[in-house]
Design a protein around this ligand. Structure first.
Ligand code: ZN
Length: 465
């Protein structure tokens, strides 16, 4: 295996320039075009990679512009590396051009450097190195290049539906090293309910949240008052109550205008709601305390089932297991008006949990609260046990290549691995490295890039032998 490492080191200047060319294509999703279902630039990034593959003499294939692949070896069975060539928009705050692919102090900067063009193009060259050394393989190795990981994941389902081959084993270098062996299951739930009509103070509008999988950092309620005196009094009471609880509140509106109440919390990812402060739940609670109306009481009561309970304990959902940890429950979206409201829940459950059982408990509670419940999305968990062949083989490679203990990780969020059977996330971020994915000044260090390519190459050979 030393020869494979050496070969990749020799190839490294070419790997780097191939990757730079890919990063210079701003492959953010845009309107579909003929042969490019996720837009022109995404299509160009796929064309570029497949051109490189053909130039290196690899077999290639494509599925309607959704997915491309490059393959080496013979045999009935195939092992896969799953990577993607689409990127999220650059966003603000860059100190270098996001599509410039500049190298500074041993780091290659650019959108996609880490997520996921570095691993994707690196894996292409790993195939080339394995082939050029004529290493013995018992299975084919296929690099599957997706183009829609960042905005809907319609790519791999399309490939599988079109009869695309599933791997015997696979890994996706689109997560963390050592190995992400467990990814929680996901339930997205919509709850709707009626609100009693007001006697004096009415709720014109209640809004919080930008996405179901984010803890809302701001919640806004617009209240209508019968007159100026009532509005002034309500404003005073809200302010007093908020400051007594240490909540930051802003009030707007004067005279006969509706009173706008906005409350700040702290955002966090929906898979780690315990790290945030949910502004929506705090506002529902505050309104229930200060506004003497039955609609406000109702909001408070429903919200109280989730307030300070990101593990779902008040609903009897607080379960956990050894491979993946505790259930989490995030109230990500709230919308309300005069006579009704709705909430969006993002629940991440442990891999060994019975999702049906959880849904039954939740339905029971919703019924008791006269809420209509709808399951919007259900993603099953992913769990590869320690003793499975895939995990054992990846662990062996990681231990040999790094000298580090290949501990198994679990995640609340889902990786690309869920898209393909028999697949787990393996790299590219090393333990302790900063998380630069989707951020300004995304980079991959040249040293990490080479090490990642060497580890991926060794893993490909290991899984294919
Ligand atoms: Zn990614």
């Amino acid at each position: 295996m030393k020869t494979l490492d050496r070969k990749l080191q020799e190839l490294f200047p070419e790997i780097l320039s191939s990757l730079q060319a890919s990063i210079r294509i701003p492959s953010v999703r845009s309107a579909a075009e003929e042969g490019a279902p996720f837009g022109r630039e995404v299509g160009r990034a796929l064309d570029h990679a497949l051109c490189e593959a053909r130039r290196l003499g690899l077999r290639t294939g494509e599925c309607d512009g959704y997915v491309g692949w490059a393959e080496i070896g013979d045999g009935d069975e195939m092992v896969a590396v799953l990577a993607h060539l689409d990127v999220v928009p650059a966003g603000d705050g860059w100190s270098l051009p996001p599509y410039g692919a500049e190298v500074r102090e041993g780091r290659l900067y650019g959108r996609g450097a880490m997520d996921d063009k570095g691993p994707a193009i690196g894996a292409l060259w790993a195939l080339h190195a394995i082939r050029s050394l004529a290493l013995p393989l018992h299975r084919r190795i296929r690099l599957i290049l997706g183009t829609n990981e960042e905005s809907g994941m319609a790519d791999i389902p399309h490939y599988l539906q079109a009869g695309g081959e599933s791997p015997r084993f696979g890994f996706t270098p689109d997560g963390d090293f050592p190995i992400v062996a467990a990814e929680k299951g996901q339930l997205h739930i919509d709850l709707r309910g009626a609100l009693p009509l007001p006697r004096q103070i009415g709720l014109k509008k209640l809004t919080a949240g930008t996405a179901i999988n984010v803890v809302p950092d701001e919640a806004v309620a617009i209240l209508s008052c019968p007159d100026e005196t009532a509005a002034a009094k309500l404003g005073r009471v809200l302010n007093e109550d908020a400051s007594a609880r240490g909540i930051s509140l802003a009030l707007r509106g004067s005279g006969a205008e509706p009173l706008e109440v906005s409350l700040r919390g702290r955002s966090a990812h929906g898979s780690t709601p315990e790290r945030g402060v949910n502004a929506a739940l705090l506002l529902m609670d505050l309104l229930g305390e200060t506004v003497d109306e039955s609609w406000a009481c109702r909001l408070k009561e429903v919200g109280s089932a989730f307030l300070d309970a990101p593990e779902g304990r008040k609903l009897g959902l607080a379960i956990s297991d050894a491979p993946s940890g505790a259930l989490t429950c995030n109230v990500g979206l709230i919308e309300g008006g005069e006579s009704s409201f709705r909430m969006g829940l993002d629940i991440r459950h442990p891999v060994t949990a019975d999702a049906e059982e959880l849904l039954t408990r939740l339905r029971g509670w919703a019924q008791g609260e006269s809420l209509h419940m709808e399951l919007l999305r259900r993603k099953p968990p992913l769990w590869m046990p320690q003793e499975s062949e895939l995990i054992r083989r990846l662990q062996k490679v990681y231990r040999e290549k790094t000298g580090q203990e290949p501990s198994l990780l679990s995640m609340g969020g889902g990786t690309y691995a869920k898209a393909l059977p028999n697949t787990v996330a393996f790299g590219p971020r090393f333990p302790g490295d900063p998380d630069v994915v989707h951020k300004a000044d995304e980079y991959i260090s040249l040293d990490s890039l080479l090490r990642t390519v060497q580890i991926m190459a060794a893993a490909m050979v290991e899984l294919a032998s």
